[in-house]
Ligand binder design. Structure first.
Ligand code: UD1
Length: 429
């Protein structure tokens, strides 16, 4: 397995292009199952999770063509996928495929909405606490699907199609909201989704579905209304920029000091995180090309942050912020309210010299003047990138093992950081 070697202590200066959002690209690809016509997606990031979903969709009979580079295009542009689900040959998503990536469970909604049946293995994915799918199942059940659990599989049947209904989520769930919106798009009648997730990726997918002929309003707010239509058509849509990648590199720049332009980053997608950086003493400047992050000389102030659904501080930036706060001058507190057990980076950060105490869902981070490089192990996607951030400011060499997790969610990380002056290289094998 590949490893990443980082020599800390270099400031970051330059431009980092932000890729298309993984968390929008995945449900957008899944939305292709709703139509016989071709869905063209631009700005799709080159990530292991995208490749994995291509395999999963391929298993259902979906054809995916990746268009070649056009003149003037550089590797900084995402890929364009032409996705055609003209003929769905299999409505089963097997354990071997679904267990590798949790979001693949979301094929449930389009398959049952269009084909009247779906048989989906219960998911696996990041090892961050129990991640149930009860609310996703509830959503399709509310729309009239009959659900059985058979041998580790969720079997959904709606031979006469789905019917619009009211879906009230007791808890904000991104996957649940995607599921409800996709299923309701092809249901008969109107669906009202209450306590919907407001993450920007929900609105991005709804925009694409509307281009495909769906009638969705209110995406991005707590209440989404979907008027079902009889069929959807092909469309072309560009994936919105990745706010988690943007926030991650913002924290990397804040950690090392320097001056970095996060090209294509959109401040409104991560305002809560940018506000935290400002409170920590970092200069954040929205520009017409993206977001400029500057930290010159001044130290980092400690912060108190609690993760919560959008528009609050995202759980997907919690580990990165913790890495940053290991160098603050004072004591920070970070409370994780979305996922239990999402503190697996703490032990590894401690190996680099961080001082962190855990008490249930609350971490207390006492800033230290210097971290020291060490071999560390990545345990999940966001945890692994937090180790990279810490290593960028640590004295000496850090080897981040099991880079597989990074490749799931960060496109060409070593290249993007390297071009800004970080000493980072991938060691293969
Ligand atoms: C998505 C994101 C992930 C992010 C998370 C929260 C993608 C591909 N992944 O994951 O990066 O960390 O949102 O912002 O977009 N829950 C239930 N029952 C369910 C579903 C969820 O209890 O049926 C709970 C979860 O355990 C968790 C909370 O709801 O505590 C939020 O999870 P959810 O928003 O569904 O996360 P994902 O959609 O899996």
């Amino acid at each position: 397995m590949d490893r990443i070697r980082i020599i800390g202590g270099h400031r970051l200066n330059g431009t980092i292009p932000i890729s298309g959002a993984k968390n929008a690209a995945l449900p957008l690809m899944i939305a292709s199952l709703l139509t016989e016509q071709t869905l063209i997606l631009d700005n799709v990031p080159r990530l292991a999770d995208v490749a994995q979903l291509e395999r999963i969709l391929g298993n259902h009979g979906v054809d995916i063509m990746v268009s070649g580079k056009r003149s003037g295009e550089t590797a900084d542009h995402g890929q364009t996928l032409h996705i055609s689900a003209a003929r769905i040959v299999d409505t089963t998503a097997p354990y071997e495929l679904v267990s590798k990536m949790r979001a693949s469970f979301w094929v449930l909604a389009p398959l049952v909405a269009r084909m009247g049946k779906a048989r989906i293995s219960m998911p696996g994915g990041c090892a961050i606490g129990t991640r149930p799918v009860d609310l996703l199942i509830m959503a399709v059940e509310r729309l009239g699907a009959k659900i059985d659990i058979e041998g580790g599989y969720v079997v959904a049947r709606a031979p006469k199609g789905l019917k619009g209904a009211e879906i009230v989520f007791p808890k904000v769930t991104v996957g649940g909201t995607h599921t409800a919106v996709m299923a309701a798009s092809l249901a008969k009648g109107t669906t009202v989704i209450e306590n919907a997730a407001r993450e920007p990726e929900i609105a991005d997918v709804a925009d694409c579905l509307n281009k495909m002929g769906a009638r969705i309003s209110g995406a991005g707010t707590r209440q989404i209304i979907v008027e079902g239509v009889a069929g959807l058509k092909g469309a072309r849509h560009a994936v919105l920029p990745d706010r988690i990648e943007t926030g991650t590199y913002a924290m990397a720049a804040a950690m090392t000091g320097g001056d970095v332009l996060l090209q294509n980053g959109r401040p409104e997608l991560l305002q809560a995180a940018l506000d935290v950086l400002v409170r920590a003493g970092v200069t954040v400047m929205p520009t017409n090309q993206g977001i400029r992050i500057v930290r010159n000389g001044a130290g980092l102030a400690p912060v108190d942050v609690t993760t919560a659904p959008f528009p609050e501080f995202p759980t997907d930036l919690q580990a990165q912020l913790m890495a940053l706060m290991t160098r603050a001058s004072g004591t920070s507190h970070i409370t994780e309210t979305i996922f239990e057990n999402r503190f697996m980076h703490v032990g590894e950060l401690t190996r680099l010299g961080a001082r962190i105490q855990l008490d249930g869902e609350r971490a207390t981070i006492e800033g230290v003047p210097q971290l020291k490089g060490a071999p560390v192990m990545a345990t999940d996607l966001r945890a692994s990138v937090s180790l990279v951030i810490a290593a960028l400011a640590a004295e000496g060499e850090t080897i981040v093992n099991r880079v597989y997790h990074l490749d799931r969610g960060f496109e060409r990380l070593e290249d993007k950081l390297g071009r800004c002056g970080a000493a980072v290289e991938r060691l293969s094998g």
